[in-house]
Structure formats: C-alpha cells, structure tokens
Design a protein around this ligand. Structure first.
Ligand code: HEM
Ligand code: ISQ
Length: 154
C-alpha cells in the first residue's frame, strides 16, 4: 500500500515530539512491552540479569530509538511507490539478530501495541485514530520485511 500525504504528515508530526525525549520514550516502549509480556524480558541481553528495567542502559536506549526511527522511515518510504521500507543491509542484520534472540511471529503484534501506546502517551492530545493507523501500517510493513528475512535465514 502507498501512504497518503496526510498519513506521512501524521507520522512525521509525532516523530518530532518523540525526538524531543528519546531516552524517556525508549524506556516507556520497553516498559510497555514488559507489562504485557513479562517473559519477553529474558530475550533482551540488557535485562536478563536484572529485576528491574535499567534506567540508563545505553544499548536499550539506542535500540529503542532505532525502533521508532525505522518505523518512521518506513512511513516515509511508503509514500514512494515501490520503495523498500528498509535497506537491504539493515534488514539482513535485523533478520539475524531477531532470529538469534528467539523472536517469534506473535511477538511482533505485542511490540506493535506497545509502540502505539507509547506514541499515544507521548503526543497527548495530538493523538488521533488516523495517527495510530498510520504508525500501525508503517510498523506492519517493516515487521513483514523483518519476518520474511527471518524465514530466509537457515
Ligand atoms: C534487537 C528493531 C521487533 C526483540 C533489535 C535492534 C533493533 C531492533 C534496531 C538492535 C539490533 C542490533 O543489535 O544492532 C526492531 C524493529 C522491530 C523489532 C524495527 C519491528 C518492526 C522485535 C520484536 C521482538 C524484538 C517483535 C520481540 C520481543 C529484540 C531483541 C533484540 C532486538 C531480543 C536483541 C537485544 C539485545 O541486544 O539483547 N531490534 N525490533 N524485536 N530486538 Fe527488535
Ligand atoms: C528491540 N526490538 C524491539 C523493541 C525494542 C524495544 C526497546 C528496546 C529494544 C527493542
């Protein structure tokens, strides 16, 4: 599917808000995943050995920031007909990282919901159903690419 100008604008608008406090929203994204699926904690190297979510783990923040950014870029690519939502090198890397860490198909839905909740909280009264579905669509396309790559790996 191709994004409308409006959908792209909604994603960009919320990205501007997220960008102002990536560390905070990164933690929120993470907490949101763990709230729904406490067992997911064990998949992440930076959480495995701690009871709480580390407030200042650089790896956690860097990874979470990439999740936001890649989803946002996916939305921008969706405006360009036929454009891949993610470049081949990044895709190969993410395919193997997720496969190696035991990520499975159903996990993608829970990360999606956590991502949408985090964005909703972050943007406050700028939130709309259309904004949610624009992010959701961008995420789905990105997730589909990663899942397909994971299936290719031996
Ligand atoms: C690692 C993005 C979905 C679990 C990562 C990294 C990125 C990323 C950028 C860091 C890779 C690196 O080491 O350089 C994404 C995106 C997703 C997605 C864009 C969806 C569109 C998921 C899902 C799960 C998950 C559904 C399951 C809970 C993990 C784990 C790691 C990881 C366990 C390794 C963390 C570590 O270093 O211990 N992801 N991810 N990801 N992701 Fe995801
Ligand atoms: C990696 N993959 C998916 C979601 C994430 C959330 C926080 C930190 C890292 C992540």
């Amino acid at each position: 599917m191709v994004f409308s100008e409006k959908e792209e604008a909604l994603v960009k608008e919320s990205w501007e808000i997220l960008k102002q406090d990536i560390p905070q929203y990164s933690l929120r994204l993470f907490s949101s995943i763990i709230e729904v699926q406490p067992a997911a904690k064990d998949m992440f190297s930076f959480l495995r050995d701690s009871d709480e979510i580390p407030q200042n783990n650089p790896k956690l923040k860097a990874h979470a920031a990439k999740v936001f950014k890649l989803t946002c870029e996916s939305a921008i690519q969706l405006r360009k007909k036929g454009g891949a939502v993610i470049d081949e090198t990044t895709l190969k890397h993410l395919g193997s990282v997720h496969l190696k860490n035991g990520v499975l198909e159903p996990h993608f839905q829970m990360v999606k919901e956590a991502l949408l909740r985090t964005i909703k909280e972050a943007v406050g009264d700028k939130w709309s159903e259309d904004m949610g579905s624009a992010w959701g669509e961008a995420y789905d396309q990105l997730a589909a690419a990663i899942k397909a790559e994971m299936k290719k790996e031996p």
